[in-house]
Write a protein that binds this ligand. Structure first.
Ligand code: 6PG
Length: 247
C-alpha cells in the first residue's frame, strides 16, 4: 500500500469544508469514469458538519442522482433514533438532496443484530453484483476514529478484527449502543479510496497510535487499514495532528 496521504487543516471548520470539497471532487471523478459514485458514510458526530455542507454549498456541484449511499457501521437502534448513524446523515444531508429511496442503503438497526448484518450482506451482494467470496469495492469509504483507535465498529480486541469472509457482522462494543453492525476489514480494505476525518485535541493520541504507534492491529484497529489497491487519506485538523512527529 502507498503511504497514507496526510492533509492537516488549520481548524475544524477548515477541515469540514475541505472534506466536503474532497468528497464532491471524488464524486465527480467517479461519475465521469463509471457513471456512479458509491459512497460509504461514517457515523458518530465528526462528519455531520461536512454532510450539512455537502447538502447546502455543494448541492449543485454533484450529480446526486448518480450517488449510492452506504454505511460503514450502524447502531442497533431504529432509523429515527437520535443515536442512529442513518438518522444523522438523513437529517444533515440525505433529506435535502432529492434522492430516490433505492439510493440509500441503510443498515437495518431495528432488526435483531445478526439478522441486520446478514440483511446488509444481501444488499451489498445485490447492489454490487457480487457472489460469495467477492467483496464490494466502494469508490470512497469515510472513516472516523475513536479515541481508543477504533474504526467503524471495529473496537480493540473485537473478534470481528479477524473476520476475513463475512461482509458485515453484528458486534457488541464497549460504548453507548453496545450492539452494532459493522463492515469487516476485507470490505474496508477493498475500497478504492479511504478517507479518515478526525478533529480535535481529544483524538491526537489516537491519531499518533494509529499512524506512528507500535504495530498492533488488535490494540489499534485503525492500523488494519491497508488497502492493497486503494488510496488512504487522513484529513486532520491541527489539534488532532498535534502529537504526530511528521505533519
Ligand atoms: C460510530 C462511528 C464511529 C465513529 C468514531 C468517531 O458509529 O460511532 O462509526 O466509528 O466514527 O467513534 O466518532 P466521533 O466522530 O463522534 O468522535
Amino acid at each position: 500500500m502507498a503511504e497514507p496521504k496526510l492533509i492537516v487543516l488549520e481548524d475544524a471548520q477548515s477541515l469540514y469544508k475541505h472534506a466536503a470539497e474532497e468528497i464532491a471532487h471524488f464524486a465527480g471523478e467517479a461519475i465521469c469514469t463509471h457513471a456512479e459514485f458509491t459512497l460509504c458514510l461514517s457515523g458518530g458526530s465528526t462528519p455531520a458538519a461536512t454532510y450539512k455542507m455537502l447538502a447546502e454549498r455543494f448541492r449543485l456541484s454533484v450529480d446526486w442522482k448518480e450517488v449510492q449511499f452506504y454505511w460503514g457501521d450502524e447502531r442497533c437502534v431504529p432509523p429515527d433514533d437520535d443515536a442512529s448513524n442513518f438518522a444523522m446523515a438523513q437529517r444533515t444531508m440525505l433529506s435535502h438532496l432529492g434522492l430516490q429511496p433505492q439510493q440509500i442503503h441503510r443498515m437495518r438497526g431495528e432488526l435483531p443484530p445478526d439478522d441486520g448484518a446478514r440483511d446488509y450482506e444481501n444488499d451489498l451482494r445485490r447492489s454490487f453484483g457480487i457472489d460469495q467470496g467477492e467483496f464490494p469495492r466502494f469508490d470512497l469509504m469515510l472513516l472516523g476514529l475513536g479515541d481508543n483507535v477504533h474504526i467503524a465498529s471495529l473496537f480493540p480486541g473485537s473478534p470481528a478484527m479477524g473476520e476475513r469472509e463475512r461482509l458485515a457482522v453484528a458486534v457488541e462494543v464497549d460504548a453507548p449502543q453496545r450492539h452494532r453492525i459493522t463492515l469487516t476489514p476485507p470490505v474496508l480494505n477493498n475500497s478504492a479510496r479511504i478517507m479518515f476525518l478526525v478533529e480535535g485535541a481529544g483524538k491526537a493520541a489516537a491519531v499518533k497510535m494509529a499512524l506512528e504507534g507500535p504495530r498492533d492491529r488488535e490494540r489499534y484497529p485503525a492500523q488494519i487499514i491497508d488497502p492493497p489497491d486503494g488510496e488512504v487519506i487522513w484529513l486532520l485538523d491541527r489539534a488532532a495532528a498535534s502529537q504526530l512527529s511528521r505533519k
